[in-house]
Write a protein that binds this ligand. Structure first.
Ligand code: NAP
Length: 218
């Protein structure tokens, strides 16, 4: 499958690396590919990409245009700008997997949510791109667990309006090792999963690690 991962941070790298390892044709999206590759300090995207020659790098619009499935792995407060740069035409008809969280760090740590209760970032993305098929998933766990859930187990939630898109995403989740995928229904299911983030942040402090996950026990 041709997959674009918009975002060169920890989440974008984890998803792109794992999906490429699984045999997918993966291109990472960034604002300015030349500028991103010019940063060569330890821990840079350049260093990561040099070790993964199969993963491509392109601008947001070029990455999205060439993909069947597009992951948004950018900060919540940049997400709508990133998708605007990718372009509505490049997103139309595509499965758009949103793993972002609406975190507001303007008052420091812990962050608050800039949308909640009666709306969500997942819904805002779907409303802004009605021709894209948005699926909210994976943002309730650290990126290491997104791509290797067997390390701790737990539940991956999916929410979205398009059943076929959720089936595509559920299959990708299964490839990455997610054995427990819980469908929360339409995209308004994003509200609850995004509002788990204050609890997630608190748990990280209490447990002293990000290596944990939520698990729904029936
Ligand atoms: N960290 C985790 O394990 C984790 C877990 C669950 C969910 N999430 C969510 O996943 C998303 C990505 O997390 P992350 O830690 O990987 O993010 P990050 O490192 O902060 O994001 C970096 C990416 O965002 C792009 N970006 C940043 N500001 C931008 C702007 N103003 N306009 C356009 N692009 C911009 C950067 O572009 P360039 O490439 O051009 O520099 C880069 O590609 C976030 O929404 C986060 O809340 C994170």
């Amino acid at each position: 499958m041709r997959i674009a991962v918009l975002g060169t941070g920890g989440v974008g790298r984890a998803l792109a690396g794992r999906l490429a390892e699984l045999g997918h044709d993966v291109t990472v999206g960034t604002r300015d590919p030349a500028a991103t590759l010019a940063r060569a300090e330890p821990g840079s995207f350049r260093e990561w990409a040099d070790a993964r020659p199969a993963v491509g790098l392109a601008s947001y619009p070029d990455a999205a245009a060439g993909a069947d499935v597009v992951f948004n792995a950018t900060p919540g407060d940049a997400t709508l700008d990133v998708l605007a740069a990718a372009g509505a035409g490049s997103l139309a008809g595509k499965v758009l997997v949103d793993v972002s969280n609406p975190l507001d760090f303007s008052a420091g740590f812990p962050p608050t949510l800039f949308v909640k209760d009666t709306d969500s970032l997942g819904e805002r993305v779907q409303a802004a791109y009605p021709d894209a098929r948005v699926v909210k998933t994976l943002q309730t766990m650290n990126n290491s667990i997104m791509v290797h859930p067997e390390s701790v187990g737990g539940t991956a939630f999916v929410a979205g309006d398009d059943a076929d898109a959720k089936a595509v995403v559920t299959a990708l989740l299964a490839e990455m090792g997610h054995a427990d995928v819980l469908d929360l229904g339409d995209i308004t299911g994003s509200r609850g999963t995004e509002m788990l983030l204050p609890l997630w942040v608190r748990l990280m402090g209490v447990l002293g690690t990000a290596e944990f996950n939520f698990k729904i026990v029936r």
